[in-house]
Design a binder for this molecule. Structure first.
Ligand SMILES: Cc1cc2nc3c(=O)[nH]c(=O)nc-3n(C[C@H](O)[C@H](O)[C@H](O)COP(=O)(O)O)c2cc1C
Length: 382
């Protein structure tokens, strides 16, 4: 038997992101200063290795399936410069993988900033460190100032996804093919591409994509195992239709099954009024509206091919101040659980969670809310 045959395992058995738990849970953006808020709120995430690791350990106490970092290279200015300080996603994932035992650990990779051979190799190391708990989140990059930092021109939207297809093809070949191969494409030339050892996960590590445009949705449903989408407020039927549209696209166009995940922001209070008062405080009194404007101005640059109607701009800014655009779960512990239940009923397979005061919020969730999440059957194995 070769070393490869001994080491590799079916990823459904090693990676909790593929578990049959009814609703998978995770954390989002715990590698960056301020976490998911853009606010001068006391108690927001102050990024240090002990604080980010502390959140990973809290996640493990609740058997979370996904710890997802964001790839960010500088912040959004304003008074608080949210996400300015932060840990690089691959090295963060390696450290977190070594310090945890159960959770799924993700890295996030800008295709244009990480050569596919380096990405495949680094991913493989993290997969080995974690014993097959690793997933790779592929992002094409929308934040022009951070891409400009690297000195080469940012690609247009269509070209970015063409590059992503070639990038991922190379990464997957390195993960799966034993023989060295040559590749000559539009974006990459590989001579005798080689990678050993192979990742632990067979056939290869989980791949995540959060493409939102029409082109991005096609990329995600064609290539990714985990498709991430932002769900705005809406009724159950609207939510279900949004999720089903991904399944339909994956099945009808590409003959594939995908798992659809989303992001939610938890603002919990003793009463609904207390939760709403706190929301008003950290968003409307303490919010960093200048940073949010910078972020939305960048997001809506022509090069990103994304139009937000002028009358919606304020609402977008508010959503990013409140919780990086995540689905708002605001209210009592029972209302939070109802909200998670509704997302599950809409067909969502997993939810990345964030809290304005990340550590305090997560502790409260563990002690007060998570037992109700379990009682509701959301953490049952189906
Ligand atoms: C859960 C989630 C995580 C994301 N992580 C990153 C990230 O780490 N870095 C980044 O530049 N963009 C990130 N994005 C942005 C997406 O990759 C993508 O650019 C955005 O959804 C716009 O879609 P489009 O590229 O198809 O227009 C993320 C989006 C979501 C929903």
């Amino acid at each position: 038997m070769t070393a490869r045959a001994i080491q590799q395992q079916d990823r459904a058995e090693t990676n909790p992101a593929f578990s049959c738990r009814k609703l998978k849970l995770g954390t989002f953006q715990t590698n960056l200063d301020s976490g998911c808020v853009m606010s001068d709120l006391d108690g927001r995430l102050d990024i240090t290795w002990p604080t980010t690791l502390g959140l990973a350990r809290l996640a493990e106490e609740m058997d979370f399936e996904a710890l997802v970092p964001v790839a960010r290279w500088h912040g959004f200015g304003g008074a608080t410069n949210p996400q300015g300080r932060g840990f690089e996603a691959y090295t963060w994932a390696a450290g977190i993988a070594a310090s945890t035992a159960k959770a799924g650990v993700f890295a996030t990779s800008h295709i244009s900033l990480n050569h596919p051979i380096v990405a495949a190799k680094q991913s493989t190391v993290i997969d080995h460190i974690s014993g097959g708990r690793y997933a790779l989140n592929i992002v094409t990059g929308w934040n022009q100032p951070e891409i400009d930092m690297f000195g080469s021109p940012m690609m247009g939207h269509t070209e970015r996804y063409a590059c992503a297809e070639e990038w991922l093809t190379i990464v997957k070949r390195l993960w799966t093919e034993d023989d060295a191969f040559d590749h000559e494409g539009k974006f990459y030339k590989i001579t005798k591409g080689y990678l050993q050892p192979k990742p632990i996960q067979r056939p290869y590590p989980a791949v995540m994509s959060a493409g939102a445009s029409e082109r991005g949705r096609h990329f995600a449903t064609k290539y990714a195992d985990l498709v991430f989408t932002v769900i705005r407020t809406g009724g159950l039927e609207e939510c279900r239709a949004h999720v089903q549209a991904y399944h339909r696209l994956a099945r009808e166009e590409y003959g594939r099954e995908v798992r659809v995940w989303t992001v939610a922001n938890i603002v919990q209070g003793e009463t609904e009024k207390a939760a709403r008062d706190f929301y008003r405080y950290y968003v409307h009194e303490k919010g960093d509206w200048e940073a949010a404007k910078n972020m939305i101005d960048t997001f809506t640059l022509d090069i990103n091919a994304r139009m937000i109607p002028t009358e919606r701009l304020k609402a977008y800014q508010e959503a990013f101040i409140a919780g990086w655009g995540g689905f708002p779960l605001i209210g009592t512990k029972e209302q939070i659980v109802d909200g998670l239940q509704a997302l599950s009923r809409a067909g969502v397979d997993g939810v990345l969670l964030c809290w304005p005061r990340f550590e305090q919020g997560m502790r409260e969730f563990r002690d007060i809310t998570y037992p109700l999440v379990r009682q509701a059957g959301l953490r049952d194995f189906g």
